[in-house]
Write a protein that binds this ligand. Structure first.
Ligand SMILES: Nc1ncnc2c1ncn2[C@@H]1O[C@H](COP(=O)(O)OP(=O)(O)OP(=O)(O)O)[C@@H](O)[C@H]1O
Ligand SMILES: N[C@@H](CCO)C(=O)O
Length: 298
């Protein structure tokens, strides 16, 4: 086995009305440097990574082991050096990136020769929905459909002429907790209204009509109204971004990070103003990652 590096981007799911369906890859990365070794060793270089004393408890190892077993293979012992700029449990797809990294680790180490579509299917089965894993794997903005009885259908937009700003608060919010506040069912009228918002949103994005896309993203009724109370400064962040000319501001994934979409060229100046307005936040201007999962052999 040659040494190699796996790199997987962060992602922002939903973008308002695309609950469990839309994902946007962002230029923050989880990286694994892998070499064959006579015993398992995992070195973690970033303070953003969760502490782990035993390799068998490591989420990425568990996903790799599970994938190898699914294909009747044995994972060779490896030395992993893991680094990350993706904050955990903030709505930036950290678990999806870890799942993709684990699947790719097994793919490389066990020579599974998995196609991207097969990786997407495996990752979606692990995560439960294809939005974050689709973006992390393919890069760009992905539009997906999945239910437990079918394979994942996916389209991709790889060009967005907008600037993006993310607002990362200090405290975590676990996806599970943010899913627990959602209704189990929606009435027909509610579902029809919610999906019509999503339909116009995608049409607006495809036509680069960003004012309309911003209007639609803020009209979501699938998840935003239920989660707003869990998100610190939900209304003030939207209001301030709106005053500064944002097309729209929504919860990133399950939160608590929020993401604003600004006219191209206005991100840098607005980032400074927003950081001054919300000093306890880690506010960053980010770009879309257009590549997704990368493997570099040494
Ligand atoms: N690099 C990693 N290594 C090990 N475990 C990880 C890693 N990244 C994420 N995890 C696990 O996933 C959990 C976070 O997943 P969760 O679904 O709550 O949030 P998220 O994926 O960051 O956000 P969202 O799904 O809303 O975008 C962490 O608490 C940790 O258990
Ligand atoms: N679509 C998911 C993303 C987070 O995993 C949600 O909003 O719960």
């Amino acid at each position: 086995m040659n040494n190699f590096t796996i790199s997987v981007p962060a992602s922002s799911a939903n973008i308002g009305p695309g609950f469990d369906s839309l994902g946007l890859a962002l230029d923050l990365y989880l990286t694994l440097t892998v070499s064959e070794n006579d015993a398992w060793k995992i070195y973690q270089q970033s303070l953003l990574l969760p502490a782990c004393n035993n390799y068998t408890d490591h989420f990425i190892y568990q996903i790799a082991q599970h994938t190898a077993t699914q294909y009747g293979k044995e994972l060779p012992t490896c030395c992993l050096t893991i680094d990350s700029s993706i904050p955990l449990a903030r709505g930036l797809g950290s678990s999806a990136s870890a799942i993709i990294a684990g699947i790719e680790l097994a793919n490389q180490c066990c020579q599974l020769h998995l196609s991207k579509e097969e990786k997407l299917q495996l990752a979606t089965e692990q995560e439960g929905h294809p939005d974050n894993v689709g973006a992390a794997l393919f890069g760009g903005l992905v539009i997906t459909n999945y239910n437990e009885d079918t394979s994942v259908d996916i389209y991709r937009i790889d060009q967005l002429n907008i600037d993006m700003i993310i607002f990362i608060p200090q405290d975590e919010l676990k996806t599970e907790a943010a899913r627990n506040v959602l209704p189990d069912t929606y009435s027909r009228a509610h579902a029809a209204q919610a999906s019509s918002i999503g339909n116009v949103f995608i049409a607006a994005l495809m036509n680069e009509d960003y004012p309309m896309a911003g209007k639609m993203m803020e009209k979501d009724i699938f998840h935003e109204p239920y989660r707003a109370e869990l998100i610190p400064n939900y209304a003030p962040i939207k209001q301030k971004a709106n005053e500064l000319g944002a097309y729209g501001t929504v919860i990133s994934g399950a939160g608590p990070t929020m993401i604003s979409f600004f006219p191209k060229g206005t991100g840098t100046q607005n980032k400074q103003k927003l950081q001054a307005a919300f000093p306890s936040y880690n506010i960053q201007q980010r770009k879309m990652d257009s590549t997704g999962l990368r493997v570099e052999k040494k």
